[in-house]
Design a binder for this molecule. Sequence first.
Ligand SMILES: *Cc1c(COP(=O)(O)O)cnc(C)c1O
Length: 457
Amino acid sequence: MTPAMEPAADNAVIAARDLAVLWHPCTQMKDHETLPPVPIRRGTGVWLEDFEGRRYLDAISSWWVNLFGHANPRINAALRDQLDALEHVMLAGFTHLPALELAERLVRIAPPGLSRAFYADNGSSAVEVALKMSFHYWRNLGREKKTKFITLTNSYHGETLGALAVGDLPLYKNTYHPLLMTSLPVPSPDCFLREPGQSWAEHSMQRFDAMREALDRHHEEVCAVIVEPLVQCAGSMRMYDPVYLARLRTACDEYGVHLIADEIAVGFGRTGTMFACEQAGIGPDFLCLSKGLTGGYLPLSVVLTREEVYHAFYDDYPRMTAFLHSHSYTGNPLACRAALATLDIFEQDRVIERNTALAGALAAAGARFADHPHVAEVRQRGMILAIEMVKDRRTREPYPWQERRGRRVHRHALERGVLLRPLGDVIYFMPPYVITPEEIEYLAQVAWDGLVAATQD
Ligand SMILES: *Cc1c(COP(=O)(O)O)cnc(C)c1O
């Protein structure tokens, strides 16, 4: 046992019990020999508190799900009320008000044309639903040659096998390659890769040529193009210009290919608008939502689609055209109720408008990083700010990944009471919308100190 795991303080006792039985997500468990998991006893607003009373500012919204703070009184109240009425009922053959009211409200606020809601219970499952629905739509229309999906390099759509197959991050994908269907990757419009002097829009438009070429060559075998609108979050928070989405929408229509917008991470105000697609003035054929949907309370996801898609499945039973996909907890009433309370907060507090000022505070706090000798870029879209830490600012040469500099930042920040979890060497802020400008300033100061500490040798 390492000293950190000796059962002395409360945190250590709990961490030791944890390590005796749990296997954590996205973790090399051996890393916990030097940095044990942090046991959290309670949360309030942007703060998490451990068993020894130490507090951590949740600067990444607990993996991008939390929008209005931990233990939010309004969401708590809605859940207590729902708990006494109905905890769960299957959604096949039955229905309930939380599921149907949430569907009504999502359809009202979503980009135009999306009028049907299909529930699942996590982001990856929503992606699976969208892929299967698109494929099945074409099949119901007799277009059986359509079996493939076009995806962007550096994209992430979840980690179940279907979702992994349309993603492109080697870290998650390479090992499982033999198990995966083949997708057609097209170079990402990622603006970190633009030429000096080139604007985001110019770079994104230039990158669209490859997409048009892929559509031109493969459209007869392609069901859909799947993208993360505006920000490739798991792909190191790389960003691109809305013009790419506008062009993509037009081209998908021209070539008879669906457009799947995976807004699981960027939906619900993250990029400055309720949905990122709004900034391009487009509506996708399938919109995948999860993460912030329940304010970070409960697992729930939904795929919104068009009436035309719905009707391609609507027929007499023996024709066997129905969409037969189900999860046990599909449309769970508690989760839907948390989502309704979350939408109430968006409306009552005019959150999208208020976030403009908060995004300004983020920008101001992030400005200090721009000239650091080990920072290649500071980029922002709404309530996401990312700092690209590199070995050489001029050539943009990255640090060898084995050095794990981002992890040093994580560790440093934890000691100072901030939860940061860099993606490789990209430090990012993606805080709950209830963070204050003072807390943003504190967070930036801690991140700065962490960056300095992580790059001094
Ligand atoms: C997180 C994420 C997913 C997967 O959602 P899970 O609930 O973790 O399965 C899919 N797509 C994007 C863009 C994501 O950020």
